[in-house]
Write a protein that binds this ligand. Structure first.
Ligand code: ATP
Ligand code: LTN
Length: 334
């Protein structure tokens, strides 16, 4: 029988080392990265160039970038299967970013909700880098001809813009880029703050946010204090019971149970039972990740070998796209 070699589809995704990894970034993104690593050829990046769109402490940024790699591995990403690297080690991202910026409208970038939110948060330092951030993100994805981009709900708009840029470029210069799709989980796409369930859980809000490296007692404390409502029922109702709905989502994403199963489990039980149960589920989910990450962090030589090999491999792939782009737009070959 004729044997067909089926080329694996490709994935690109990244997280900024601008803070510690959170339960939100785990449930919205990393969990899917792990689930997809066998089926796809995956590039998982530490996007340090995105992190400097707001002011960073240099020593902390350096430490967090390496720690984030350790945490990726501890979450279950296998460096033998995936290309794992640090964005600034592959200068082609910045190069393609510049080109794509010349194919992106000012108006398009002005509509990005993340820019609107971040420019309010950092009103004293609204840089052009913060504004053009989605162009660099498009470059990250298009450089590798990625088919799929597993992210949380808040990044959907950026992936849409990336698709628009790719289609526009392809329209002018003939097919150059794969037009990617976002891959957003059904459960956990938008984990909300424990302190204010109207807002997204975010690393800039430490009280409402659970970090992957939090100790069990801190996780339990945060869940016991989680804002709920003055009713009694553990029922999913996003409009009227935002806090409980968020806790139910977290519980289901952590345990693999459905909403119906979780509601039935806590039927007739008060929040005093439910909140610590969610905390316990998260503690058990995070415990092996924290322990494994602490172990890997001790082996700096190993981590260095992973990000160096990752960057070399990524550069090889990135160069193919970049030279094609340079040729198409009319740059003289080097
Ligand atoms: P900040 O909150 O400071 O803006 P962030 O946590 O949103 O940062 P990243 O850490 O770069 O930013 O996000 C990494 C990935 O995790 C992205 O794919 C994002 O969509 C996802 N993510 C982040 N927070 C959440 C959340 N609360 N719920 C679901 N997914 C999330
Ligand atoms: N913008 C994303 C991080 C990010 C990303 C990417 C995600 C940068 N480049 C490419 C997916 C693909 C964020 O803020 N969470």
């Amino acid at each position: 029988m004729e044997e067909k070699i089926i080329k694996k589809k490709r994935i690109f995704s990244g997280i900024q080392p601008s803070g510690e990894l959170t339960l939100g970034s785990y449930m919205g993104a990393i969990k899917n990265w792990v689930a997809l690593q066998d089926e796809y050829e995956c590039l998982y990046c530490i996007v340090d160039m995105h992190a400097i769109t707001v002011r960073q402490d240099p020593a902390l940024l350096r430490r967090r970038s390496v720690a984030q790699l350790a945490q990726y591995i501890a979450c279950g990403l296998d460096p033998q299967k995936n290309i794992m690297f640090i964005q600034s080690h592959v200068p082609q991202h910045a190069e393609l970013g510049w080109v794509l910026g010349c194919y992106t409208q000012f108006g398009e970038l002005s509509r990005m909700t993340q820019f609107k939110a971040k420019s309010q948060q950092h009103a004293d330092n609204i840089t052009s880098g913060l504004f053009t951030y989605p162009v660099l993100m498009a470059a990250d994805i298009l450089l590798y001809q990625a088919d799929l981009v597993p992210v949380g709900e808040d990044q959907r708009q950026h992936v849409e813009l990336c698709r628009d840029i790719a289609q526009r470029f392809n329209g002018v210069y003939s097919d150059t880029f794969t037009v990617p799709e976002s891959f957003i989980p059904k459960m956990g796409a938008r984990v909300m703050s424990l302190g204010n369930p109207e807002n997204k859980m975010s690393k800039s809000d430490p009280d409402g946010c659970v970090f992957l490296m939090d100790k069990p007692e801190d996780i339990m404390r945060k869940f016991k204090r989680a804002v709920t409502d003055c009713e009694m029922a553990v029922k999913y109702d996003k409009v009227n019971k935002a806090g409980i709905s968020n806790l139910l989502t977290i519980y289901c994403a952590a345990t693999g149970k459905t909403l119906e199963e979780a509601e039935a489990e806590f039927e007739g039980q008060g929040y005093g039972v439910f909140k610590p149960a969610v905390g316990e589920a998260v503690v058990e989910l995070m415990r092996p990740i924290r322990e494994e990450s602490e172990r890997i962090m001790k082996d700096k030589a190993y981590l260095e070998s992973v990000y160096k090999e990752g960057a070399a491999h990524a550069q090889y792939l990135a160069n193919k796209t970049l030279s094609k782009v340079y040729r198409k737009i009319g740059f003289v070959a080097r």
